[in-house]
Write a protein that binds this ligand. Structure first.
Ligand code: 13P
Ligand code: SF4
Length: 312
């Protein structure tokens, strides 16, 4: 983009941000943004967070309207936890391919094969799947959640990579679904080795949604929040980052003096990026698209989410 085009864009964003702030007041709304959102959305959010923190915020807010800037399952979880609120999302097309990799029929079939197993579902699942689940988890609490259940056998859906990671920290027998995150799963050992050769002093931090052989190379492995904390508190000045590129916004806010190199230019979730400021303003104005979850589904799904929120 040339200088003039950049200036025009900055001016447009300023106007949109003002409009959003005005509408937010009028609607008594709160804006929740996942760390994978575009920088300009994270900038105007009331809360930025990982999926766990944002679920907690949705469950406890006293706003009338929740604008959920993330992907569809996150908006759904917010609606389930805060049924009395209006929950809107900037773009209905923001789905999660990993969440779509498990469905109710498949999960029920697995439950029939393992009747004694507890179902632990990553929060990256649809409301229907959550309704078939005993307890949810996020990447921030997955190990604690699995270790908190009474049974010795766990059905784990849908992320096979996170499942593999968790299985190393538990004695439970884990029956792991074959899903994965298209974005994290594309990071290869070769990508990481090339970056390590280019930046030999950098620490490699990696999200457990990456493949096991990539996770193995990590100097630090953790959820989005854990990666942020590690980088903030570390004495090291340079990091290779193995997770979605939106996390760069908070990394730079926390540690402007440190250098962050993303392990691949493809670590971008296209679903997270369909949201933009224009769509945030529009959904606040029109209060649509809204998230609706049928009551019969929500009544069951809320139990799996609330159980998760209680795990320390
Ligand atoms: P969290 O670190 O927030 O659990 O996010 C992982 C992810 O891929 C969300 O879509
Ligand atoms: Fe789904 Fe992966 Fe995108 Fe998260 S980063 S929303 S898991 S596709």
């Amino acid at each position: 983009m040339g200088d003039q085009a950049l200036e025009r864009k900055a001016e447009q964003n300023r106007e949109l941000k003002e409009r959003i702030l005005r509408l937010k007041k009028e609607r008594n709304a709160i804006i929740l943004a996942h760390y994978y959102q575009r920088d300009e959305i994270q900038e105007i959010a009331d809360f930025r967070g990982d999926s766990f923190l944002l679920a907690q915020k949705a469950a406890t807010t006293d706003a009338d309207v929740i604008v959920f800037c993330g992907v569809h399952f996150m908006g759904e979880s917010a609606k389930i936890l805060a049924p009395g609120k209006t929950v809107v999302i900037p773009d209905e097309r923001a789905g999660c391919p990993m969440a779509d990799m498990v469905n109710v029929e498949g999960l029920r079939a697995l439950k029939r094969q393992h009747p004694g197993a507890t179902v632990v579902a990553y929060i990256n699942t649809s409301a229907d799947v959550k309704a078939e689940t005993d307890i949810c988890c996020t990447s921030a609490n997955a190990v604690n959640v699995v270790n908190s259940v009474e049974s010795d056998e766990v059905i784990w859906v849908p992320d096979k990579n996170l499942g593999d990671y968790v299985s190393k920290f538990t004695n439970k027998k884990m029956i792991i679904w074959e899903g994965y995150c298209n974005t994290h799963d594309m990071l290869s050992v070769r990508d990481v080795m090339e970056m390590k050769a280019q930046y030999p002093n950098a620490k490699f931090v990696v999200h457990p949604e990456c493949r096991p052989e990539v996770v193995k190379l990590g100097d630090f492995v953790g959820s989005t929040t854990a990666i942020l904390k590690y980088c903030r508190e570390s004495d090291h000045k340079e990091f290779i980052v193995g997770t979605e590129d939106g996390v760069g916004y908070q990394l730079r806010v926390d540690s402007p003096d440190k250098e962050f190199h993303f392990a691949s230019k493809y670590l971008v979730c296209p679903n997270m990026k369909v949201n933009n400021l224009k769509k945030v303003a529009r959904c606040l104005e029109t209060l649509s698209p809204q998230i609706h979850v049928p009551e019969s589904v929500a009544a069951k799904a809320i139990q799996s989410l609330e159980r998760m929120l209680q795990v320390k």
